[in-house]
Design a protein around this ligand. Structure first.
Ligand SMILES: Cc1cc2nc3c(=O)[nH]c(=O)nc-3n(C[C@H](O)[C@H](O)[C@H](O)COP(=O)(O)OP(=O)(O)OC[C@H]3O[C@@H](n4cnc5c(N)ncnc54)[C@H](O)[C@@H]3O)c2cc1C
Length: 610
């Protein structure tokens, strides 16, 4: 342990996570902070890290204001409908008004955007989506961040944020290099967290050797939530997990199929089924079902009910569209540039979508803030647009001073996707530079004792394994430690069975949630005895700890909201109706790391856009 080197890095602005939000934040920090020291730290390598690692085939958030296709207000209305009324309209509007400029930059940097040959405009896939040749999307975006940063530190897993001595203001972060094992202390005047969403909180459909096959990136390990939660930042809408309808076994995306190829779904007997469930849904959620487009969760609900009625599998009707050679090409390319695994699954299972209508499935739940869902940190809004109650200083600053966020990290803002996450990184960076120049000019003081304590805590799983490994001579089950994979499987099982995962058809209630919290508490106790045989497993141990804290937060929020706001994402069996009288509000939580207790409260939803 004493052999381990400690490396100190001082900066003005520290960006944690170099995905879409983090690259946007790094790029923009340089634009506004010409002379500032800007450091980006990433647990993988920003060249191919995050949810966009493999590439994308569409940019899902583009207004097209230059051609008057959509205005920012239209996007706010769209997101509001899809999230059953509850979005931070100030934050959503702020992204929408800037997102086109971001996409234009991507094109300038070399990202090939498809164009409609007739109009010369970007090729639309749907009202908000434009099509790209996006296999190299991430390297292109990463290059801009690399050029802007003073330094990018790859392969460093951030485990904790640092607070200043008075515990009033964020002061940096600590972590370890997953290759060398060096301990890193990043001291900074402002920190922007952009560490992505959370997969593997709920048990996935694919287990055993296939468990890496999830829809959201398997390396999205909830650091975006755990890091701020641990320093007392308020979180919002953490109950609003997302369930995706996707092609079975490969999680291939369906957007291009529905929107561009005009395919549609039917039950096992070739029947349209969504309209059958209209009356039932109307009884649960009222007029929300009459909105256009029908909210994502409600479409899931019809899928789930039809399957439960014994008329599955639900299939995507591809046979008609795939007779057109152009559409057939687009259908395959869509996977090849984004989810190669789905093409491989089809090849392996003898599925030619020209001959067979492929099966769809609903995924396990994920926690994230940038898709058709809006879990994340509670953030201050833009000065010129946010209601007073949503403003406490700097845009995208959390409830902890000097701590900013972007992308999946920030709550209340659904449908930002890749372009919106990058844009939010830019917005957060501009505000963080302002904070550093106006208020945070002094380097915050960090206690050396806290750094020493964290260093001991970070490497404790290695020490623990070293101490107890000789208690067993074979196998992986020890009386004195659990391995990260065992703890992860236990976490996934608890969340699945008690908090509304796949095995209980997304159903939960108060007694289940309370029992789930007890079991999470026991797992938390045991997680202090995780054993890590090597640095790779040490990373897994810390990913597990982050997932566990985020899971506790999700469960607390699910317990607090006594209604079923998003049927199709999850159901409260004891409160099966949507209840606008009591719950047309945001849910907020705050964790106290000394007592281990959670405080819950409601915050108002302001409808700014008419
Ligand atoms: C399968 C799939 C399909 C999608 N399709 C589309 C689409 O078609 N169009 C579209 O526009 N968007 C799409 N998206 C959404 C888009 O990818 C996300 O909205 C966006 O990437 C979110 O940005 P982010 O910065 O919050 O997270 P990410 O881009 O995931 O970045 C998070 C970064 O943080 C790093 N990190 C995490 N934890 C730590 C830690 N503890 N220490 C250091 N670094 C850490 C990660 O390695 C990663 O680099 C899709 C996503 C997925 C998974």
């Amino acid at each position: 342990m004493a052999r381990r080197k400690t490396v100190y890095v001082d900066s003005d602005i520290l960006v944690v996570g170099g995905g879409m939000g983090g690259c946007g934040a790094t790029y923009e920090s340089r634009y506004w902070g010409r002379d500032l020291k800007i450091v980006c730290v990433e647990k993988a390598n920003i060249e191919r890290s995050g949810a966009v690692a493999q590439g994308l085939y569409a940019i899902n958030c583009y207004m097209g204001m230059q051609w008057d296709e959509n205005q920012p207000e239209d996007h706010v209305r769209y997101a509001r409908i899809d999230l059953m009324g509850l979005v931070r309209e100030d934050l959503g509007y702020d992204i929408a008004r800037h997102v086109d400029a971001t996409v234009h930059k991507f094109e300038e940097w070399g990202l090939p955007l498809m164009r409609d040959p007739k109009t010369g405009r970007y090729q639309r896939e749907g009202k908000w989506q434009i099509m790209i040749h996006g296999e190299s999307y991430k390297p292109i975006v990463a290059e801009a961040a690399r050029k802007a940063a003073t330094e990018v530190y790859n392969r460093i897993m951030v485990t904790h944020l640092l607070m200043d001595k008075q515990r009033k203001r964020v002061a940096g972060a600590v972590g370890f290099n997953v290759r060398t094992g060096y301990f890193y202390v990043f001291r900074a005047k402002a920190v922007i967290v952009a560490a992505g969403g959370a997969s593997h909180i709920f048990k996935p459909r694919a287990v055993g050797e296939g468990m890496g096959r999830t829809w959201y990136a398997p390396w999205s390990s909830a650091s975006a939530y755990a890091l701020p939660i641990l320093v007392g930042a308020k979180m919002t809408q953490m109950e609003n997990r997302i369930v995706l309808t996707r092609f079975k076994d490969g999680y291939g995306p369906v957007g291009a199929y529905f929107l561009h190829l005009k395919t549609y779904t039917q039950n096992a007997y070739g029947q349209e089924y969504e309209s059958k469930w209209y009356d039932e849904i109307k009884g649960m959620v009222g007029n929300y079902v009459d909105q256009h487009p029908v909210p994502t969760c409600l479409r899931n609900h019809a899928f789930l009910r039809e399957t439960a009625a014994g008329r599955g599998p639900i299939r995507m009707v591809t046979k008609e569209a795939f007779q057109d050679p152009h559409k057939e090409t687009v259908g395959w390319e869509n996977f090849l540039g984004m989810t190669v695994g789905q093409a491989v699954v089809w090849a392996a299972q003898n599925i030619d979508p020209k001959e067979i209508n492929p099966e769809l499935t609903t995924s396990e739940p994920y926690v994230m803030g940038s898709h058709a869902t809006c879990s994340g940190a509670w953030a201050s809004g833009p000065e010129d647009y946010a209601p007073a109650e949503y403003q406490w200083g700097y845009n995208r600053m959390m409830t902890v001073e000097g701590l900013f966020g972007a992308g999946d990290t920030i709550g209340g803002t659904a449908h930002k996707f890749s372009s919106g996450s990058f844009t939010e990184g830019r917005i957060a960076a501009k505000a963080a530079v302002k904070y550093v120049t106006e208020k945070g000019r002094d380097q915050p003081q960090v206690s050396e004792a806290e750094i020493a304590d964290l260093r001991a805590e970070v490497f404790q799983p290695l020490e623990h394994y070293e101490t107890y490994r000789n208690e067993i001579v074979a196998g992986t089950v020890s009386p004195s430690y659990i391995l990260p994979i065992h703890a992860l499987q236990r976490l996934e099982k608890i969340m699945d069975e008690y908090c509304g995962g796949i095995s209980v058809n997304y159903m939960t209630n108060e007694p289940l949630l309370n029992r789930g919290l007890e079991l999470l508490g026991m797992l938390k106790e045991d997680s202090s005895k995780i054993g890590a045989p090597d640095l790779h497993q040490l990373q897994r141990a810390w990913e597990l700890k982050h997932r566990l804290l985020a899971s506790e937060c999700v469960t607390q929020h699910t317990l607090f909201r006594k209604e079923t706001r998003w049927p199709g994402y999850y159901y409260r069996g004891d409160h099966p109706q949507l209840d606008d009288n009591d719950w047309h509000c945001f849910t907020l939580s705050q964790y106290d790391r000394d007592s281990g207790k959670w405080e819950m409260e409601k915050a108002p939803v302001y409808h700014i856009v008419t």
